[in-house]
Design a protein around this ligand. Sequence first.
Ligand code: XBP
Ligand code: MG
Length: 271
Amino acid sequence: MMEALILDVDGTLAETERDGHRVAFNRAFAEFGLDWYWDVSTYGKLLMVAGGKERIHHYIRVWRPAMPMYRDLDEFVVNLHRCKTGHYGEMIESGKLPARAGVLRLIDEARARGIKLGIASTTSPQNIEALLRSWYGQRWASMFVAVGAGDVVPRKKPDPGIYQYVLEQMGVAPERCVAIEDSAAGLAAANGAGVEVVVARSEYFRHQSFEGALAVLDELGEPDHPAQGVVRGEVWTGVVTIDALDGWLRQRLETQAPAQASGPGAQTTAG
Ligand code: XBP
Ligand code: MG
């Protein structure tokens, strides 16, 4: 049944936003001589806009900060964001950011079971490379069948484009995939592409509602530190494994279309 696992990056693989991206944005603002500063709370509000360039445009348009002279606004934002991405990469390379609980374990298990791995993220590809290279070295690129990141699609999450792109690159049907996400925008993007989602709540999106997710958990869990959460409306505790994901996917498909769920030669329901 399950053929592929698609992973979001920021907030899902690691808690990258508060002490990573946010700090990188502020370092870029300082380098550009701007008196802008995104504190933890402000950044939480701005995070509702997916995409760093889109977030800067939103900040300029809505928060109306002091602006320097610029010839072309898009060019100014692209240059400022490129500076931020440079700072982010330096931070990741110099200070190893830990993966969230259960992430590396689940990636290893997927590989051992021949489950295809994909990435579907709003963040810039350089950021994904820096993070995964810091954990796996150069071999990281051979571990993922497809990496969908940033501007490879015209619209960011919650638009389903990034998941549709990754599904096409992987050559896997959406109903044979499970995605791991941390935000409502990510859930909407995956569901919009027909992919079921397990949510591992992250710091900034902890209080969002995740209607329609297969499971809403505090993390993916480790044997010595099981995850807590809700699965099909019931309290659940345990370790998210490939078998758990496959079981939740089967149960969801059975409730949606009994014949489709059990594959070829399915017993058609009476009536
Ligand atoms: C999270 C995002 C990204 C990051 C910043 O991506 O919305 O914009 O906050 O990265 P996801 P960039 O959860 O989909 O991984 O500045 O490169 O956009
Ligand atoms: Mg995320």
